[in-house]
Design a protein around this ligand. Structure first.
Ligand SMILES: Cc1cc2nc3c(=O)[nH]c(=O)nc-3n(C[C@H](O)[C@H](O)[C@H](O)COP(=O)(O)OP(=O)(O)OC[C@H]3O[C@@H](n4cnc5c(N)ncnc54)[C@H](O)[C@@H]3O)c2cc1C
Length: 638
């Protein structure tokens, strides 16, 4: 036998799991319905399929340059002399690790954080940015406004403080932008299939980015005159300058994605019209751009504004009539953005009124402190009872006392005292009490929605009940974050690719998360305490323009901060987009399944091959396989 291959043809698979059962019997593995169970209990073995990516991110991620691709076969090779195993878990090499660093585990976009931090620490800034761009189209945005779940469980906390990951991401993106020649990811050869994406927020644009990268033609339809969704018309300029957003979106344009602004789905274009234009799949990412109104008397007085509309009009340069005294009703991050924008638009006296205690505010503490620093008053324990008017204009708001109380069942509920009333004068009140979906749009297009008006779709594949239609981002999940929207755009791109190729939408996708766990016991003895570096903020007195209030890292700061990373997981394992990276330490080739290594060495076929009733698992000399099986197959062992 010249070269032994093990090949799984997904298009022939009938989904019976006989191969898995045979495999488990052969190896005495615990019974269970899914392969996931095997992974949980026998963490040394994985059965995923290495796709040997065009631009192998594992090779890119390795700070030691220990991984290369064989130029003839494309097989990923390891140089053991250079591999340090990232030395996180003593006595275990990268091959055996089925755990991942908490930063990557917690990142909804699946960014290989350890990889890009490691490259940054070595001064390889361009490589670090390229690695980041493998999994996220928005480093300039996320480097500024990400809610950084990556930092929350960072193992560096076991020594002192988490690594400033977000600031390093921003440094890499800004450095690339300053260089003037933005990095544009390499595209796969063109594939059949046109995709219509509705909404140019992070979910829609991320889907377009990954589809374009994979060779598909993607067009984004955006009803507003600008692209970016809430990144452009929600998040204020002082936190996210438009040049930074434009830099990330510009790359998506250079990848061939067409973004048609000023085109509303449901009126300017519909499913029917787009199908006639040859679009074969749809991704709906329309976000939550309606306001949740306050259900209290006198809602139509002049001077009552809605938070989402106010921020959008401000961002688009539309006229907004703002009085001197402004009340903002709400306690979340949107309320903080509204209040700080109102101050920048010339309001003289701004107060945020929230119905519970300050400690219960859903807004981030940092944002609340920032608002207070800028002179905004926080008034708590008051719930709006009615708007007060004079000659059709707002004159103020009447509030009733409110507070959280734990009831007899231990449940915290909001209680009101209708007798304890407070009146506050105001020229303008801005309501920031929540975001809602565009239900009439969904209804007009026959898109199924739940009671809250959010799209109904499978949580993993994002497939809606409509043929070829997928949905994601805030319009599916409810109000979340940019990085979660990116994750859903990416998942949609995977599903749409599988949909076009007639492959199962779910195979192997749940398993990746279930199989990997975060590393919680890293080797940390060799690291000395070193304080976390924070990027600086503009002094309060200088913040009132629309300039960015938080500054970026210098090169020296980025280098030093990156060196604080304690490299908990093997960089190559983390970088692998399929979660499969393992090396056969004899051949030094990347392999996926090593359960039957001994049998294969003896020339015997693995159990999964002969047990398959659909004949979709092939074993032996690849040159002797039947013609045509290469369509839709995935190689298990090169
Ligand atoms: C004020 C504010 C501040 C925020 N700050 C942060 C932050 O600091 N960090 C963070 O991570 N997250 C933040 N978020 C949340 C984050 O912006 C959202 O979670 C994210 O943008 C959702 O992405 P999306 O793509 O699902 O939707 P969106 O970004 O809302 O984009 C949806 C797009 O679809 C378009 N659209 C809607 N209907 C149609 C139609 N019929 N035809 C064509 N186009 C249509 C909309 O115009 C919009 O451009 C903030 C949100 C708000 C409101």
């Amino acid at each position: 036998m010249a070269k032994v291959s093990l090949i799984f043809s997904q298009k022939d698979c009938c989904g019976c799991h006989t191969c898995e059962i045979a495999c488990k019997q052969e190896h005495g593995l615990p019974v269970g319905p899914r392969l996931v169970r095997v992974l949980e209990r026998a963490p040394l073995f994985m059965q995923y399929y290495c796709h040997h990516c065009g631009d192998a991110p594992c090779a890119l991620a390795c700070p030691e340059e220990a991984i290369t691709k064989d130029p003839d076969t494309g097989v990923v090779l390891l140089d053991p002399g250079k591999c340090t195993g990232c030395s996180a878990v003593e006595g275990r090499s990268g091959r055996e690790k089925q755990q991942t660093s908490p930063c990557k585990f917690n990142c909804p976009a699946g960014n290989d954080i350890q990889g890009f931090i490691g490259l940054t620490a070595g001064g390889k800034f361009t490589e670090a940015l390229r690695l980041l761009k493998e999994t996220s189209p928005f480093p300039s945005v996320c480097g500024r406004v990400c809610t950084f779940p990556c930092e929350s469980d960072c193992n560096r906390k076991q020594i002192d403080d988490p690594v400033s990951i977000r600031a390093i991401e921003r440094f890499l993106a800004d450095r690339n932008r300053a260089g003037g020649d933005a990095y544009v990811p390499k595209l796969q050869p063109a594939r059949e299939g046109k995709v219509a994406i509705v909404g140019s927020g992070p979910a829609g644009l991320a889907a377009a980015y990954f589809l374009a990268k994979n060779g598909y033609k993607a067009t984004v339809f955006e009803k507003l005159p600008v692209a970016g969704g809430m990144m452009a018309v929600g998040i204020p300029l002082y936190r996210l300058p438009r040049e930074a957003l434009a830099a990330d979106i510009g790359v998506i344009g250079k990848m061939g994605v067409e973004i048609k602004t000023g085109v509303a789905f449901g009126s300017d274009v519909t499913f029917e019209s787009l199908k006639k234009e040859g679009y074969g799949a749809f991704f709906l990412a329309t976000g939550l751009h309606k306001n949740v109104p306050l259900d209290i008397p006198n809602p139509n007085l002049k001077g009552i504004l809605n938070g989402i509309d106010f921020l959008r009009d401000t961002a688009l340069g539309n006229p907004v009539a703002l009085g001197r005294t402004v009340l903002v009703v709400g306690g979340g991050n949107v309320a903080m953005d509204v209040a700080m924008t109102a101050i920048r638009r010339g309001a003289g006296d701004v107060a945020i009124v929230y119905r519970r205690a300050q400690a219960e505010m859903p807004a981030w503490k940092r944002e609340v402190n920032e608002a207070v620093e800028e002179g905004i008053r926080i008034v708590t324990g008051l719930a709006p009872k009615q708007f007060l008017g004079k000659d059709g204009r707002l004159a103020g708001v009447e509030f009733k006392r409110s507070q959280s109380v734990r009831n007899e069942d231990g449940v915290v509920e909001l209680r009101f005292d209708e007798a304890d009333l407070t009146r506050m004068e105001a020229d303008t009140v801005i309501i920031a009490a929540g975001q809602a979906a565009d239900v009439p749009l969904a209804e007009s297009q026959g898109i199924p929605v739940d009671v809250e008006g959010r799209f109904i779709a499978d949580p993993v594949s994002l497939k809606t009940p409509l043929q070829g239609v997928f949905a994601g981002g805030d319009a599916l999940y409810g109000p979340r974050t940019v990085v979660e929207a990116i994750g859903s755009g990416k998942a949609a791109a995977v599903s749409i690719d599988r949909y076009f190729r007639g492959l199962d939408l779910l195979t192997g996708r749940e398993a990746r998360d279930a199989g990997l766990t975060p590393i919680t016991e890293p080797v940390k003895d060799k690291y000395d305490p070193a304080p976390r570096m924070e990027s600086a903020w503009l002094p309060v007195g200088e913040r009132m323009g629309s300039d960015e209030v938080q500054l970026g890292f210098s090169e020296q700061e980025a280098l030093e901060e990156a060196k604080r990373c304690i490299t908990c997981g093997a960089a190559c394992v983390q970088a692998c987009p399929y979660g499969v990276m393992q090396f056969n330490h004899e051949t030094l080739k990347a392999v996926k399944c090593d359960l039957c290594l001994d049998k294969r060495k003896r020339g015997e076929a693995p159990a999964c091959t002969w047990s398959c009733p659909a004949h979709c698992v092939y074993w032996g000399d690849a040159s002797e396989f039947p013609a045509g099986i290469n369509d839709g197959l995935q190689r298990i062992v090169p």
